[in-house]
Design a protein around this ligand. Sequence first.
Ligand code: 5AD
Ligand code: SF4
Length: 478
Amino acid sequence: MSKDYSKYLKPDLNKARKRTKEKVEKILYQINEEALNIGLGKTYNVVTFGCQGNEADSEVISGILENMGYNKNEDLASSDVIVVNTCAIRENAENKFWGTIGSFKALKQKNPDLIIAICGCMAQEEKVINNILAKYPQIDIVFGTHNIHLLPDYILEHINSSKKVINVFSNEGCIVENLPHVRVSNKKAWVNIMFGCDEFCTYCIVPYTRGRERSRDPEDIINEVKQLVADGYLEVTLLGQNVNAYGKDFKEKDYTFADLLIDLDKTGITRIRYTTSHPRDLDQRTIEAMTLPSVMPHLHLPVQSGNNEVLKRMNRKYTREEYLDKIRRLKELNPGISLTTDIIVGFPGETEEQFLDTLSLVDEVGYEGAFTFIFSPRTGTPAATYEDLVSMEEKHNRLDRLHDKINQGYLDGNLRFVGKVVKVLVDGYSKNDPNMLNGYSEHNKLVNFKGDASKIGQIVNVMITEAKTWFLMGEEVE
Ligand code: 5AD
Ligand code: SF4
């Protein structure tokens, strides 16, 4: 029997801030039998905003909907169910969502039976729920990041009662195993290894929207990767907000992220990538594990700022010197490793001198790519209340200067491969030129090349002939 979801359960950021030491419960996904086949003859579409974590969640949402009998529909307008998976990391991500959802009003007018559901990080914010209740009658279902597995129950309740269902948990949630996936690729797979974040960087909303850090059992991850290998997958990207904290929450065993890399290397998977790392938790054993044959020579290591005072106010818990020391050890053990990062400019109170420290750190590390952001205050986080005297014009000016340096890094990072042969996992035809194939090299460089289309989905050797800022050009060789 289904539960009664007629009473709204709204999120609360204050509750979401709390951390308990209780053991994390593990449950097995099992679909509510009443919801089986409810979607037969009907279609769905999932719209995804934000990070790889959301992309992975959307693959699970698709899996659950297909369990219910729904078929994927590439055309949004004629779908029977639309799920929008939202991102709250910065204001512009939220604005994109409000624009999208506004445009769904017309779809609902055309098809009153259309079911629109919202989930993801924005669903974890009380202000968002209140706005939806006040202004967006077209939304039927809201669920959060901790209860994706209950989607069949919510759809059932909505169909049976025609009422809005709002069910968002503020506490940390459990770990759900046995979830179905409809993976976008049949060669590259996202694999969640942990959920949540306990870092509480002062600018970041994620610890509130994704809850406490909790790691999946190594056996469950290893079995998932073994199954992927058996299904012909060549690459996995291990996902977590802070993968270097993997295993810290285990009470009965001492097992870390490095142990996981060592065990996954033995599964026969060809390529392992992971994201995102936290510099403080990146330990020597992990740096050493980067030399394993399957672990790819690319590391995304968000630094956020090159100035110690700013890092302290961000609560990053490392200094510029400690960060640079880890970079030195990474390069020493893995010559040629490609390093990328995240940087925030215009953190409240950031002075010109402090910003120049970020620029000089970029030079010292020699990043080959970066995601760069202007600080965006998130309601409920400490930094949203910090005094911010830097003008928006100045922030844009800093971002422009940072971009110039980062773009040079992209180009230098590509130039070093000209005349060399690299291994490329072929994704498909290039979007810009259908006569060319493309894919990513071991160092995570996008390569466009002339080659044999029957090799799509395989790893091929490509001789690099030319480097552009954003990609490499080449020709397939034996
Ligand atoms: N403002 C700007 N950038 C942010 N990030 C996280 N929170 C904020 C914010 N409030 C950036 C960080 C992080 C990346 C995922 O997003 O650089 O590493
Ligand atoms: Fe946000 Fe910091 Fe956690 Fe990353 S480590 S998700 S930036 S709080």
